[in-house]
Design a protein around this ligand. Structure first.
Ligand code: SF4
Length: 235
């Protein structure tokens, strides 16, 4: 397959695949995506854990895994990225913003994340991700129907109209119990910050520990507005 699918037959292909693969296992769905899109299939990872990397590296060995290196990550996240790249059969694509943090500070002033997180996220996450996805026709996500009410109807394959790409959600049907069981049975690599009160992990200035009983997603995102920090990857 090639980019033609993404610009012409994309929506129809996605709708048909969603119906046909609804009952398929996650490895079967990833294998379909790998066979259909070949080198035009990728995934993104925030390196909070390697669940999707583990699944994808088995069903689509060598798959391109995009990591947005914002320049603001915790050292533990960079360490997890490096360990994941050396342990799993993937091709890590480290994507950086057009300016380093020091260059951004010079041009726009220090601590932009505290003054205008929307612009900071746009420059350091949204634009680099858009640029990184350009060569691809399809991407794997870790979206699950259990995540939220708005994701309750997430199909296993869907057409992303905005990006004009096919979005493949192989674990859309998985429950949290299934996630936990897979992680534990397969010894999936986890960012050590998860054991230190950080269930969601983003840029250091915009991530905080979560109190017991709090929404796990509450710890990620610029304060007070949280425009896109937690959603850029869509897991
Ligand atoms: S999450 Fe915070 S530091 Fe990271 S890009 Fe967004 S505003 Fe900037």
């Amino acid at each position: 397959m090639n980019a033609t699918i993404a610009t012409t037959g994309g929506p129809e292909l996605a709708a048909r695949a969603a119906r046909e693969l609804e009952e398929a296992s996650a490895p079967e769905i990833i294998a379909w995506a790998a066979e259909t899109f070949g080198s035009e299939l990728c995934m993104t990872s925030s390196m909070a854990d390697a669940l999707m990397v583990d699944l994808a590296s088995r069903a689509a060995p060598g798959i391109d895994v995009i990591f947005l290196d914002t320049g603001y990550h915790f050292p533990e996240t960079i360490g997890t990225r490096d360990a994941v790249a050396s342990v799993y059969d993937i091709t890590l694509i480290n994507v950086e913003p057009s300016r380093t943090v020091a260059e951004q500070d010079l041009v726009l002033g220090p601590r932009l994340h505290g003054r205008d997180p929307g612009i900071c996220c746009h420059l350091r996450k949204v634009e680099p991700l858009q640029r990184a996805l350009e060569p691809y026709s399809a991407w794997l996500t870790g979206l699950r129907r259990e995540d939220s009410v708005t994701r309750r109807d997430t199909p296993v394959v869907q057409w992303d109209r905005r990006r004009r790409m096919t979005k493949v959600n192989p674990i859309a049907r998985w429950t949290q119990e299934e996630v936990d069981a897979y992680m534990s049975e397969n010894g999936v690599m986890v960012n050590p910050l998860q054991y230190d009160g950080y269930p969601s992990i983003g840029c250091e200035p915009c991530t905080r520990r979560v109190e017991p009983g709090e929404d796990p997603g509450a710890g990620v995102g610029p304060e007070p507005a949280r425009p896109s920090a937690g959603s850029t990857y869509e897991r």
